[in-house]
Design a protein around this ligand. Sequence first.
Ligand SMILES: [Ca+2]
Ligand SMILES: [Ca+2]
Ligand SMILES: [Ca+2]
Ligand SMILES: [Ca+2]
Length: 238
Amino acid sequence: MQTQLRHIASVALACVSASVAAGESTTIISLNPAATYLRTSNDPAPGAVALNLAALGISAGDRISLHRLGEWDNGPGGDTFTTLIAVFSAGDVLLPNDQPHRVPGAIAAGVPVITGPSYFGAVATDIPEDFVIAWSTYPNGEVCVIVPKGATHLFTSVGDSLFYDNVDPDRDWGLEIAVLDACAADLDADGVVGASDLGILLGGWGPSSVIGAPGDLDCDADVDAADLATLLGLWGGC
Ligand SMILES: [Ca+2]
Ligand SMILES: [Ca+2]
Ligand SMILES: [Ca+2]
Ligand SMILES: [Ca+2]
């Protein structure tokens, strides 16, 4: 138990390191799987750290990728779990853990996730604004999302019903964040939006179990008329 508590304390603060490769800014952040922004009940889990978007070089309107790294241990189940969810916020305020909605600045973005009741007390935990990074329905573990207007911070959480007992024995649990090329419609990366890109988009038409698959320009898990309109609006450009 003491070892576990020491470990939780040592990873309670997110460790941020940044590197730049191929014109793309990538940041890797260590995460504490015991920390959450969700409501808890008789669960002394620490609050999730608010990641400052400006410090990561991220602005509203950016198209970013979020990629979960490693696995976490849910307490009894071993270091094998990969669920990760997040919510954007207009500030870093996280209310006490007994509040039904702890993120007063929450701003909806991404593909929504519905979280289940707490282990103790079965209190409702779901908030409408949070979104999937890695989840049973989207197990790819890498998504893109458009940063919503007004967002200044990002909170993350694993998906669980009892958080305080979560650990990461090999300390590989984390999140990779990258700001993607503004010209997402240039699907073949030849520097211009044209017929070849249109062909790729049409080839991926329909719903997808991957968020941000080629042609899913608005990162909502499908290639549809909205994505087509975005591509046509950039025709000949980039
Ligand atoms: Ca791990
Ligand atoms: Ca747990
Ligand atoms: Ca192109
Ligand atoms: Ca789409």
